[in-house]
Design a protein around this ligand. Structure first.
Ligand code: HGY
Ligand code: MN
Ligand code: MN
Length: 427
């Protein structure tokens, strides 16, 4: 690494200020968190703010057909950029750092490179990808799936959200359906800085996680059709109770996770009953089941066990039960040399570090098949995330961003002054 590159560092104050400014959009009263569900007005306002910051830095901003936004800084040579990024959409109980850190730390990397008067051989880029959370429009990582060609644009635009909205119409409504083509050519490399969102780094008092990969993810939406009836007059053996069926499903998947043991996790996050009234046996229920495991065979077995249970439950409860897959991603492993880069950078900066697999899904997992990809984790206080009280210490934010800076400069290489003159590159 050139001596110049080892002398520059991230403005941690600037990073925290940008995180606070972005969190003020859709802020959740009395917390550091924010709610900016994908393609809502709040998401649009957050996008506008980050695009304005990209333009202030002189980046060339491109927006593609699914609303992914990439800010690029020319290098001494043309060609695919060294890209970093993440997402700025949130879940309804979003924290300040989930996704936002990886995007805003990318802006700080650009700012540090420019202030040092450095030109890199390869272009640099920072992006945010549409609907990473998938909480409104499944699947998660939708934007980066389209960006990397794993999900056709037209299919993504037709996705109907949990609130009944159509993705393409919402994208047009907020004015972020852009002209850049989808899929996009792969970057030279992709690096994502993210909070761990789990308890390991915080519990072990370690600052940097060199992420080895991402566990498998399976999302299922289950619809139960029963019969509404009077809660007082209907004998138990005459009921077709969708509410009871829904709770049985939640108990089943919880017990399945206990039977499989770690790292298997199962979550019923969404339960909608109809008519949802105290004195009516529920006629309808919609339930979501999120199952994850680092072992794809075990994840498939969990899916099969759930499907068999639903068949038995339909017979037992006298209801009609159907299901549809909302998301299914096999486990992903990052390239060993990319994991090494993160560890080397953390070591060079004197930061404690360890390897670990990601329990959460990330845009980086969509880039792993198309270019060298790595992820950098920083600790989440008490492992709390998808919660407005999510917290990461400012010096850990800065440390993670400095590791990102080092890894990106190593991948992009510093151009010699002569190369810069020859190229007439401007940074
Ligand atoms: O669901 C996830 O793991 C991520 O937050 N989209
Ligand atoms: Mn995230
Ligand atoms: Mn998230």
């Amino acid at each position: 690494m050139s001596p110049v590159a080892t002398e520059i560092s991230i403005d941690g104050r600037g990073l925290s200020d940008r995180l606070a400014a972005l969190a003020s959009i859709g802020e959740i009263e009395g917390t550091d968190g924010a709610c900016r569900l994908a393609l809502t007005d709040e998401d649009r306002d957050g996008r506008d703010l980050v695009v304005a910051w990209m333009r202030d830095l002189g980046l060339e901003v491109s927006i593609d057909g699914i609303g992914n936004v990439i800010g690029a800084l020319a290098g001494a040579e043309p060609g695919p950029p060294v890209m970093c990024g993440s997402h700025i959409d949130t879940v309804r109980t979003g924290g300040r750092y989930d996704g936002n850190l990886g995007v805003l730390a990318g802006l700080q990397v650009i700012e540090a490179v420019q202030q040092a008067g450095i030109t890199t051989r390869r272009p640099l880029a920072v992006g945010f990808f549409t609907d990473e959370e998938g909480a409104r429009f499944p699947p998660d990582m939708l934007g980066s799936l389209v960006y990397t060609g794993e999900l056709p644009l037209e299919e993504a635009l037709d996705v109907v959200g949990a609130d009944g909205a159509v993705l393409g119409a919402e994208l047009d409504r907020i004015g972020y359906r852009g002209p850049a083509p989808c899929p996009s050519p792969p970057p030279h490399a992709f690096v994502e800085l993210h909070i761990e969102q789990g308890p390991i780094l915080d519990a072990e008092d370690i600052v940097i996680g060199a992420v080895t990969g991402v566990q498998g993810i399976s999302w299922t939406e289950i619809t139960v059709a029963g019969q509404s009836n009077h809660a007082g007059t209907t004998p138990m053996d005459m009921r077709h109770d969708a509410g009871w069926a829904a709770t049985r499903i939640a108990v089943f998947v919880h017990e399945l996770a206990a039977e499989f043991g770690p790292p298997q996790v199962c979550t019923v996050g969404r339960v909608e009953l109809h008519p949802n009234l105290v004195n009516v046996v529920a006629s309808d229920a919609v339930i979501t089941v999120d199952m994850r495991n680092t072992d794809d065979h075990l994840l498939t077995e969990a899916e099969e066990r759930l499907a068999a249970f639903l068949e038995e439950l339909a017979a037992e409860s006298g209801t009609g039960i159907s299901s549809r897959r909302l998301a299914r991603f096999a486990p992903v492993e990052f390239a060993p040399e990319m994991i090494d880069r993160v560890e080397r950078a953390a070591g060079a900066l004197g930061l404690s570090h360890r390897r670990l697999c990601s329990g959460a899904g990330h845009d980086a997992q969509m880039f792993a098949p198309v270019c060298p990809t790595s992820m950098i984790f920083v600790p989440s206080w008490q492992g709390i995330s998808h919660n407005p009280f999510e917290h990461t210490e400012p010096d850990h934010l800065e440390a993670g961003a400095n590791v990102l800076l080092r890894v990106m400069l190593e991948l992009a290489e510093i151009a010699e002054a002569s190369e810069v003159e020859k190229a007439g590159a401007t940074t």
